[in-house]
Design a protein. Structure first.
Length: 190
C-alpha cells in the first residue's frame, strides 16, 4: 500500500493548493467587507463561485473526458488558479470581487474533475478506499492548519502579504503538477 509517483505528485500539489486557498478561508468575509462588500455581497460572491464552478465542473468534465492531454490541462488550470489568486491584490470593490470569483471558479472547475480522474486512474482497487480517504482527508487537515496561519498573517501583517503568500504557494502547486508531464507510464504503475 504505497503511493506511486503520479499519486505522490497529485497529492503534494493538492496539499499546496488547499494550503494556499485555506489561508484565506473564513477571512474572505473580512476581506469582502474591507473592499466595501456587505452581507449580501459576500453571500452573492460565494454563491457565484459555487454555481459557476458547479456548472463548469459538468461542462468541463464532458469537454475533457476524451482528451489525451488531461495532465496538460490540469497544469493549465493550476496556472490559472495561481494567476487568479494573485488577483486578490487588485480587488478594490465588490464588482471586482465577483469577477475574480468567476475566474477562480473557472480554474477550480478545470482542475478538480481532472485531478480526480487522474488520481482514480492510478488507484489499485484493493487500496482505493484508503487512498480516496487520504485524498479527501488531507484537504480538511491542510485547510484547517492554513486557516489558523492565514488568520495570523492577516491580523498581524496584512491581507496583501497574505495574498502574495497564497499566490506563491499556488505557484509551487503548479510547478509540482507540471512535473506530472514528465512521469513515465512505468513510474506511474502501481
Amino acid at each position: 500500500m504505497s503511493l506511486n509517483k503520479t499519486q505522490r505528485l497529485l497529492l503534494l500539489a493538492s496539499v499546496c493548493w488547499f494550503f494556499g486557498e485555506g489561508l484565506l478561508g473564513p477571512l474572505f468575509t473580512v476581506f469582502a467587507e474591507r473592499v466595501g462588500g456587505d452581507l449580501l455581497d459576500i453571500t452573492y460572491a460565494w454563491a457565484l463561485f459555487l454555481i459557476t464552478s458547479g456548472v463548469l465542473y459538468i461542462l468541463f468534465g464532458k469537454l475533457f473526458s476524451k482528451s489525451t492531454k488531461k495532465k496538460e490541462i490540469l497544469v493549465f488550470g493550476y496556472a490559472l488558479n495561481t494567476i487568479f489568486t494573485f488577483g486578490y491584490l487588485f480587488v478594490h470593490n465588490s464588482t471586482q470581487l465577483f469577477i475574480l470569483q468567476i475566474f477562480l471558479a473557472i480554474a477550480e472547475a478545470i482542475c478538480t474533475p481532472l485531478w480526480d480522474s487522474i488520481f482514480a486512474k492510478e488507484l489499485d482497487e484493493k487500496d482505493d478506499l484508503f487512498f480516496w480517504s487520504v485524498a479527501g482527508g488531507h484537504t480538511h487537515l491542510v485547510s484547517g492548519i492554513a486557516i489558523a496561519i492565514g488568520g495570523l498573517i492577516a491580523y498581524y501583517i496584512s491581507f496583501e502579504v497574505l495574498f502574495i503568500i497564497m499566490g506563491i504557494i499556488q505557484a509551487i502547486a503548479t510547478i509540482i503538477q507540471w512535473r506530472l508531464l514528465y512521469v513515465k507510464p512505468a513510474e506511474s504503475a502501481v
